[in-house]
Design a binder for this molecule. Structure first.
Ligand code: CP3
Length: 348
């Protein structure tokens, strides 16, 4: 089994020799070689440069040898292609403008052709494939409709999403239309990534977990399920990741995704019991574990692997993205633990 066949097998709920593994935000500021490339450009400049994007995508693979490379890009690229101004301001995070608040704002957005508007992403993927070869998987991605819409409505990162929820409750039709338009555009954007060579697609719902389960099911799931269905029609497995998802596992399983990405607030055994026979699982080590000493990291990583040992179809990951100040010796300890060949077949 090579890394790619191992990854694809786990996505489909099949047995693997050991769990395949990668890490959300694995291309990023915790790596000195990333900061080196980054020091000469802006973040979006790197995203739009297929050589730099491929270079930073490969950096963590060269250093640690994860089973999959996640392509260097951002979930806020599509809002830019739909006509919004999007910039990343040092120390402040993303800024998008003007914010989408009314029906007119929603209608003014434009639909984009991914081969033209985001062709750089296809080029980045082809560059990564040329260096990565066929033995490891490439993960393409987009944001889930609610998460992307929340940045479009707020115009920036938000703690409580007041404007988003105000629109969702006060003007449900316009908000639904916004989710529909984000979904429509995400479909072509994902297809373009598969055409360029992505083996797997992940949908990031970073903020959907701020809604209760009934609201998620009623208001978001129709859009998420349509996105997942269209993504699957490209012939690749789809991972649905929701941060803060302990109350949402059954709703997520109803999306049709092959794999659910879960965070550390969900007990692995409970996740397996609730949905493990319907979907594969991915997760779920707390990224802050990596601020502990290497011995503790090894122990916690081992515990996560053991807790998921009975799950048919398991992909090791953190429960959310690795943080910029994470110490490298802990990251090293993590990958030594997770990638060591296991003696017993996983979920035999
Ligand atoms: O995972 C990877 O290595 C692939 C690339 C990737 C990035 N962003 C690169 C990035 C992926 C998959 C994302 C997804 C993303 N982007 C999400 C969902 C993931 C999650 O954590 O739930 C979200 C919410 C965003 C939006 C976003 N992008 C924010 C809020 C920020 C600013 C915060 C920060 O860390 O500065 C970004 C910037 C960003 N995206 C960086 C990277 C490597 C840091 C940019 C830099 O170098 O300054």
């Amino acid at each position: 089994m090579n890394s790619r066949t191992r990854f694809l097998a786990a996505c489909r709920g099949e047995e693997t020799d050991r769990p395949p593994a990668w890490m959300m935000r694995q291309a990023g500021r915790y790596l000195p070689e990333y900061r080196e490339v980054r020091s000469g450009s802006t973040f979006l400049g790197m995203v739009h440069d297929p050589e730099k994007a491929a270079e930073v995508t490969m950096q963590p693979i060269r250093r640690y040898g994860m089973d999959a490379a996640v392509i260097f890009c951002d979930i806020l690229v599509p809002p830019g292609a739909m006509g919004m101004e999007v910039e990343f301001v040092e120390g402040r995070g993303p800024l998008l403008g003007p914010p989408i608040r009314t029906r007119d704002d929603v209608e003014r957005l434009t639909d984009f052709d991914a081969t033209e508007a985001t062709g750089f992403l296809g080029d980045s993927i082809r560059n990564v494939r040329a260096e990565l070869g066929d033995e490891r998987a490439i993960i393409g991605f987009c944001g889930a409709p609610f998460t992307v819409a929340s940045y479009m409505v707020e115009g920036q990162s938000s703690r409580n999403f007041e404007n988003t929820k105000e629109m969702m409750l006060g003007d449900p039709e316009s908000f639904d239309r916004l989710l529909e338009r984000v979904t429509d555009n995400s479909i072509g954007y994902l297809k373009n990534q598969v055409d360029a060579g992505a083996d797997v697609l992940q949908v990031f719902d970073s903020w959907g977990g701020t809604l209760d389960a009934a609201t998620y099911r009623e208001r978001l799931l129709p859009h998420v399920a349509r996105l997942v269905e269209e993504a699957k029609s490209n012939g690749v497995p789809v991972i649905l990741y929701v941060n803060g998802c302990a109350h949402l596992l059954e709703v997520m399983a109803d999306s049709g995704a092959h794999v659910l990405g879960i965070d550390w607030r969900v007990d692995p055994k409970e996740a397996i019991a609730r949905v493990g026979d319907r979907v594969a699982l991915q997760g779920n080590l707390d990224p802050c574990t990596l601020f502990g000493p290497p011995d503790v990291v090894r122990q916690k990583a081992r515990q996560t692997l053991d807790a998921f040992a009975d799950q048919k179809g398991f992909i090791f990951n953190l429960g959310s993205g690795i943080l910029p100040k994470t110490p490298l010796d802990s990251v090293q300890a993590l990958w030594e633990t997770v990638l060591q060949p296991s003696t017993a077949p996983h979920s035999a």
